[in-house]
Design a protein around this ligand. Structure first.
Ligand SMILES: [Zn+2]
Length: 331
């Protein structure tokens, strides 16, 4: 079946299934496909969608989704749990962040276009088939091969229904770092988080260590987090399992927090993940093979280091640091 013909509303009740849907033709006549895991209860209830693999080099999401799928049974669930363990299979095949087919970043092309190239089509299906029919939408990301990002969950820190809904969900999920965005219109255009906001849907996303591998403690955290959300939504019985939150950060994503390379070279950070930095503090350097400095970086605002490039070799435009300003810190 083609994903165009798929509707969450049509899923039969009381069923657990792993199915593949066609997305777009490949040159050899076969299809790019989408793997779908669905667990539906007999009783009506919320629609909770969890997707992963928007970027082809991020593996925390698919491992989490497979674990949740193995643990949850149709007999115990209320409503519909719909999970896509890897959305961007072309990028998975090549092990790259962007699609090898059209070179595009799937997290920059949403809401997508059904008549566009493969990434635009996938972006369209994320939006129309999964975001729009959901009551809660979770997109699991991580640092991929090149970046390290702290284990975190992001929500809208806004004074409206979507804000309170996503904040309560992020607290129920509970990653070590919980980040609220006070101005979602500053979230990068084309990603699911921004697309959810623009369409008044409750969206969350995670970040994680990355580095081209998975860490057991992060898979445990995310698996518990998804099961917690099922309980929070009243889809599964049982108590929410409390997970430790070390940082609650509230940010408006104002300028001064993101850094990318202006030169190619060898990158040497001088700060650690989640280190508190102050405006003007030196963060690191890109140097040549003699150790001479080519570009130095200084904090543009106070905050916590939440993103650090993990691979020393850098090209022009590569992301190096992310600073998130924070209102509160719980040790
Ligand atoms: Zn990602």
């Amino acid at each position: 079946m083609h994903i165009e013909d798929f509707q969450i509303a049509d899923l039969p009740r009381g069923r657990k299934a792993f199915e593949w849907y066609d997305v777009a033709p490949r040159p050899d006549g076969s299809q790019w496909r989408l793997p779908l895991l669905t667990i539906t209860g007999q009783e009506d209830g919320p629609v909770f969608v969890v997707i992963a693999g928007i970027h082809g080099d991020e593996y925390e999401g698919p491992e989490t989704i497979a674990r949740v799928y193995q643990q949850v049974q149709a007999e115990e669930i209320r409503g519909k749990l719909v999970m896509v363990p890897f959305f961007n299979l072309p990028a998975y095949e090549s092990g790259t962040r962007n699609s090898p087919v059209d070179g595009l970043n799937l997290a920059r092309v949403m809401p997508g276009d059904p008549a566009g190239s493969i990434s635009y089509r996938l972006g369209h299906y994320v939006t129309e088939k999964f975001i729009m029919p959901s009551d809660l939408f979770l997109d699991i990301h991580s640092g991929g091969v090149a970046l390290n990002i702290c284990t975190s969950i992001y929500y809208y820190h806004t004074e409206n229904e979507i804000g309170s809904k996503t904040r309560a969900a992020a607290e129920a999920f509970a990653a070590p770092v919980v980040v609220g965005n006070t101005n979602p219109e500053t979230a990068v255009y084309g990603c699911s988080f921004r697309t959810c906001w623009d369409r008044n849907k409750a969206g969350l996303f995670t970040e994680a260590h990355g580095a081209g591998r998975t860490l057991p403690q992060e898979i445990d955290c995310f698996t518990t987090g998804v099961l917690n959300l099922l309980k929070h939504l009243g889809m599964l019985p049982g108590e929410i399992v409390k997970q430790k939150v070390t940082h609650r950060l509230v940010t408006d994503l104002r300028p001064g927090g993101d850094f990318s390379a202006n030169v190619a070279g060898f990158f040497r950070p001088e700060v650690r993940m989640l280190e508190r930095v102050t405006t003007g503090q030196r963060l690191g350097v890109i140097q040549d093979f003699s150790g001479a400095s080519l570009q130095e970086f200084h904090a543009g605002r106070d905050g916590y280091i939440t993103l650090l490039r993990g691979v020393p070799r850098v090209s022009v435009g590569d992301s190096l640091f992310g600073i998130t300003d924070g209102d509160s810190f719980l040790a």
